[in-house]
Design a protein around this ligand. Structure first.
Ligand code: GLU
Length: 391
């Protein structure tokens, strides 16, 4: 992992960060607060650095956690909320302060903050995803700094992003950012999970590609730092990489850390971008939730996965779920394994009627045709066995 890195000049690789124009900066609760208490100096310093980067002509979106922690403190609790409604109440109370803090601190440097609260289910909907994109783009165009958080008050546990690492990766795709900076309370990714009482393992400077070895270095959730842990940070970096963005994992307490990252200095761990999926395919693979599934026969799996073809009705053997035209659906092989995700060109009821049929039969059977394909290849993302989108 590190050998390949050393063969390339550090400044050359760090161009991935220094050349970035649109940057998503994620700040965890652990960086911004200490036992629920705000760290005012950290917030002030990040606001100052963000404003300075904006002055350089970069566009910054902040993904800020801390609502629940701040809210619990304001409510006088010594815990972050013991039930979901308590946490949601804490988020409601804390989010007002959080937004106000960013407003005041960015304002001191002449920058306007715009609060954007999103939910996972909201962004799973393509239309709302595009709406959120337009709003964020408008804010950036106006020179404002969007401050994004999950709308914790309306989301229950199962439908939450849950951690802002994942949310920040979705925001990367929303705004087409070229860099994601995750500010955390450790220096970056270590070669091995650190063990308390033992010397810290060497820091990984650059990851060219996230592999099983990289995930092992993150050490599973047991070595988690902060709420999301190193594992969710790598998940976020993986998703960002497929969106064409690099990620820097670094210590949010370091002086001028954002300025250093943006200058291409070797701070933290830089994870380089991978083969970029188009934005819509990225949304399909990482954000959308399939509304149903269709089972393909072996021939259709080969045609779609090996020959890059569209999915035709002849190859469909079963339809499950209720979905409409344009909804995301999961395509599974005869063994039930998901092989692709795509946007349906027909509703579930219509696919059920035309399954197994030749494309010429669509019009006579349904009385209309949206084309020969049940899912067009341009609307398909092929998946690896582990569910990640194929290169
Ligand atoms: N949205 C949560 C909050 O503002 C934070 C989630 C996280 O820590 O990643 O408190």
């Amino acid at each position: 992992m590190t050998e390949r890195t050393r063969s390339r000049g550090s400044s050359e690789v760090r161009l991935a960060a220094s050349g970035a124009r649109r940057i998503v900066v994620k700040i965890g609760s652990g960086v911004l607060t200490d036992g629920g208490e705000l760290r005012p100096r950290v917030l002030a310093s990040i606001a100052r650095q963000v404003a300075a980067l904006c002055d350089e002509g970069r566009e910054i979106v902040l993904v800020s956690s801390g609502a629940i922690a701040l809210g619990a403190r304001i409510l006088g609790w010594d815990h972050p909320g013991r039930s979901i409604p308590e946490k949601q109440a804490a988020a409601a109370v804390g989010q007002i302060s959080l937004a106000d803090l960013w407003r005041r601190h960015l304002g001191r440097h002449g920058r306007t903050a715009g609060q954007v609260l999103v939910t996972r289910t909201g962004l799973e909907d393509r239309e709302r995803f595009l709406n959120a994109r337009r709003t964020l783009q408008m804010l950036l165009g106006l020179g404002a700094v969007p401050v994004v958080n999950e709308n914790d008050t309306v989301a229950t546990e199962e439908i939450r992003f849950g951690d802002n690492d994942n949310l920040s990766a979705t925001v990367v795709n929303l705004v087409g950012a070229d860099l994601l900076v995750i500010l955390t309370d450790v220096e970056g990714l270590y070669e091995r999970p650190p063990v308390t009482g033992e010397p810290m393992p060497p820091l990984v400077g650059v990851v060219e590609r996230i592999t099983a070895e990289t995930r092992a270095a993150a050490g599973g959730s047991a070595s988690a730092f902060g709420r999301g842990g190193m594992v969710t940070k790598l998940e976020a970096a993986t998703s960002a990489a497929r969106g064409g963005a690099s990620t820097v994992l670094c210590n949010g307490y370091r002086q001028n850390v954002l300025r250093h990252v943006a200058a291409g200095d070797p701070v933290g761990t830089l994870i380089l971008p991978g083969n970029r999926l188009g934005s819509r395919k990225h949304w399909l693979a990482y954000t959308a939730k399939p509304r149903g599934r269709i089972q393909l026969d072996a021939g259709a799996v080969r045609a779609v996965c090996e020959r890059g073809r569209s999915l035709l009705p002849a190859g469909v053997v079963r339809v499950e779920g209720r979905f409409g035209l344009g909804d995301p659906i999961s395509c599974v092989g005869p063994d039930g394994l998901e092989v692709a995700r795509g946007l349906a060109a027909y509703s579930a009821a219509d696919i059920d009627r035309i399954k197994g049929q030749k494309a010429q039969r669509i019009e006579p059977m349904l009385g209309f045709s949206n084309g020969d394909e049940v899912v067009h290849r341009d609307d398909l993302v092929l998946l690896e066995d582990d569910g990640s989108p194929r290169e």
